[in-house]
Design a protein. Structure first.
Length: 171
C-alpha cells in the first residue's frame, strides 16, 4: 500500500479520466460537492435511454419467434422489469435533486429477426451504459455524491451483465 502522502493530488486528476474499465472515471475531490445542475442534465440524458431499455426488452421478449428464441422471452422480460425499476430510481434521484424528469423516450426499433434484434439491443444497451457512466463525472466527494455514484455503479454492473447475456444468446 502506498502511503497517502505519496498519492497524487486527486484535484489534479478531476475530469481527466482513467480508462480502467472502458469507461472514463474521474477521481473526485473529497471536498467538492455534487454539481446538481450537471447531475440532473446527465441523469435526464440517461433516463431517456433507460426508458427505452425497458420498452426494448419488452418488445424483443414478445416478438421473438422460433423454438430457439421463444424460450428467451421470460429472461428478456425480467431484464425489462429491472430496467424500469432503475428508470424509477433515476426519476426519484432527479426529483430529489430538484429537477424535473424527462418524459421522452429514445427511439425504439422493431427487428423481426432475432439476430438483428439482439444486435440492436446490444447497441442501445451499450449507449445506455455510457450515459449512466457519464453521470459519475458530475459527482464530487461528498456523501450525496458517493451515494449517487454507488447507485449508478450497481446499475452499470447489472446492465453489463445483461449485455453479456445478450452476447451469449446471440452466439
Amino acid at each position: 500500500m502506498v502511503p497517502r502522502h505519496h498519492l497524487p493530488d486527486v484535484r489534479l486528476l478531476r475530469g481527466v479520466g482513467i480508462p480502467a474499465t472502458g469507461y472514463l472515471v474521474a477521481m473526485a475531490d473529497p471536498d467538492e460537492p455534487l454539481d446538481h445542475d450537471a447531475a440532473i442534465a446527465a441523469l435526464n440524458k440517461a433516463l431517456r435511454l433507460q426508458y427505452r431499455s425497458g420498452l426494448a426488452y419488452s418488445l424483443v421478449a414478445g416478438s421473438l419467434t422460433g423454438f430457439a428464441h421463444v424460450a428467451l422471452g421470460p429472461q428478456l422480460y425480467a431484464f425489462a422489469a429491472a430496467e424500469l425499476d432503475d428508470a424509477r430510481r433515476l426519476v426519484e434521484k432527479i426529483v430529489a435533486l430538484g429537477g424535473e424528469p424527462v418524459t421522452t423516450v429514445a427511439k425504439l426499433e422493431f427487428h423481426p429477426q432475432a439476430k438483428a434484434a439482439f444486435e440492436w439491443l446490444l447497441q442501445t444497451e451499450r449507449e445506455a451504459i455510457e450515459a449512466v457512466a457519464s453521470v459519475i463525472q458530475c459527482t464530487g466527494g461528498d456523501a450525496e455524491s458517493e451515494a449517487l455514484e454507488h447507485r449508478l455503479e450497481h446499475m452499470i454492473m447489472r446492465k453489463q451483465e445483461q449485455v453479456e447475456a445478450l452476447e451469449r444468446a446471440r452466439g
